[in-house]
Design a protein around this ligand. Structure first.
Ligand code: MG
Ligand code: MG
Length: 436
């Protein structure tokens, strides 16, 4: 992402905050995994969205219309000894030269400097509840000023939820963001194709997962979430992450895996036959899910509501369940009653962006949100028939299927970012046959 993209976002946020306001954002904390080990550091999405700054122990402050500079970045100081161990730091000069801050200060000086920045501002934009320790520091700066207000100081009167403004900005992806998401989708597509080529009877689920992760990392990406590789009935466990079983001939394999590249996520699910050919019941159920997915994608159009794709999927799924003997009755009534829910128990999608389940409200007031260009969502209906499900026709028991793509809403037809990945059953069988 180019530097001016971050500057543009800061300007937009400051415009919406207005004069008289200040925004404070801490970087993500380093998280301990076990012993002295840490998890790989991932910057907070909101913080990164505005700064592009990847280091920990940092605080970004935006102060619209401040004459001495509107963007102040606190960060770690340069330290040759520490940098020898942990790698280079931007330091205060880098904060200005590389990251576009008007001023850079050492994080250790924040207690001395920040109250002065708050002093003449009446509204503080801040996200409470994510970092309790930092919440307390922000409160103590504000309270310190209020204690002095008797001496005539103008002090902050109001806290405003920063995430409300910021998450609405993040919901609308700019052109560079769509480009980044397309790249993330491309990498995930190549990982899925690679997994399809190597998944054979006798291969372990974790070996397939390893293949996927290798493809991500080979292309400078990482997992956006733990890959789900579920053979046979494991596909019916929605968040199956054990990935410990052997793939068996005759089973389907459900893979839900997406990567994060340059801070943008992809999220794809495909389900295909381990032995190369769908059985009759597998194909029949697959075609129902596919029809639902295509109908839902068609509804991802500007001017439609957030729920329209889900409604389209529900109708197609319910119709399919009637045709296959799961349900008896009239379509509208079964849809109204939610008769499909034992086999399709999740929603059809979610926003996707810097976070896999991205920010942004799904409703405005009581109404579903209207879809607009720049919004990106997943479309992922599924059908899951547990092996012991006595209410389902016998031949379908133990089959789990989900098909998931990432779709950008445009002025024209839906832009399926992950559309390069095979999903028609004939195309899948052809691809598997060529790979064998
Ligand atoms: Mg997924
Ligand atoms: Mg998803």
């Amino acid at each position: 992402m180019k530097r001016d993209e971050f500057a543009k976002r800061r300007r937009q946020l400051m415009r919406e905050m207005g004069r008289d306001a200040i925004a404070i954002l801490p970087a993500a904390q380093v998280k301990r995994r076990n012993g002295t080990n840490e998890f790989a550091y991932r910057q907070d999405s909101d913080f990164y969205f505005l700064t592009g700054f990847p280091e920990s122990s940092a605080v970004a402050v935006l102060i619209p219309h401040r004459e001495q500079g509107e963007y102040v970045l606190f960060g770690q100081e340069r330290d040759p000894t520490r940098e020898l161990w942990d790698g280079p730091r931007a330091g205060q000069t880098g904060a200005v030269d590389q990251y576009g801050a008007d001023d850079g200060f050492p994080i250790g000086d924040i207690d001395d400097i920040l109250p002065g920045l708050l002093e003449s501002r009446s509204r503080v934009y801040y996200t409470m509840g994510l970092n309790l320790e930092f919440d307390q520091r922000v409160m103590s700066w504000v309270n310190g000023l209020r204690a002095q207000s008797r001496h005539g100081l103008h002090t902050p009167q109001e806290f405003v939820a920063l995430d409300h403004l910021l998450h609405d900005m993040r919901l609308y992806k700019s052109r560079p963001e769509i480009t980044a998401m397309r790249r993330s989708a491309e990498i995930a597509v190549s990982a899925h194709l690679r997994a399809m080529r190597m998944a054979r009877p006798g291969v372990m689920e974790y070996e397939v997962a390893a293949e996927i992760v290798h493809e991500f990392q080979r292309q400078q990406a990482d997992i956006a979430y733990q890959p789900i590789v579920g053979g046979g009935a494991n596909a019916c466990v929605l968040h199956y992450r054990d990935n410990t079983q052997m793939l068996r001939d005759g089973d389907l394999l459900l893979i839900d895996a997406g990567c994060e590249h340059d801070y943008y996520a992809s999220d794809i699910t495909r389900t295909f036959p381990v032995g190369g050919r769908f059985s009759g019941p597998q194909r029949a159920l697959y075609e129902v899910v596919l029809e639902a997915q295509l109908a839902a994608i068609k509804a991802c159009v500007a001017g439609h509501h957030w729920n329209d794709p889900h409604d389209a999927a529900v109708r197609a799924i319910t119709r399919g369940l009637i045709d296959l003997g799961f349900l008896k009755g009239k379509l509208p009534k079964l849809v109204r009653e939610g008769a499909y829910r034992p086999w399709f128990m999740h929603r059809t999608g979610h926003w996707i962006g810097m976070d896999v389940h991205d920010v942004g409200d799904y409703k405005v007031g009581d109404a579903w949100r209207v879809l607009e260009p720049g919004m990106v969502m997943t479309v992922e209906p599924g059908l899951y028939v547990p092996p012991n499900d006595k209410s389902a026709p016998k031949s379908f028991r133990g089959i789990g299927i989900r098909i998931e793509d990432d779709v950008a809403v445009t002025r024209a037809s839906p832009d399926v970012l992950t559309g390069a990945l095979v999903k028609e059953p004939d195309a899948i069988e052809r691809y598997l046959a060529e790979a064998a």
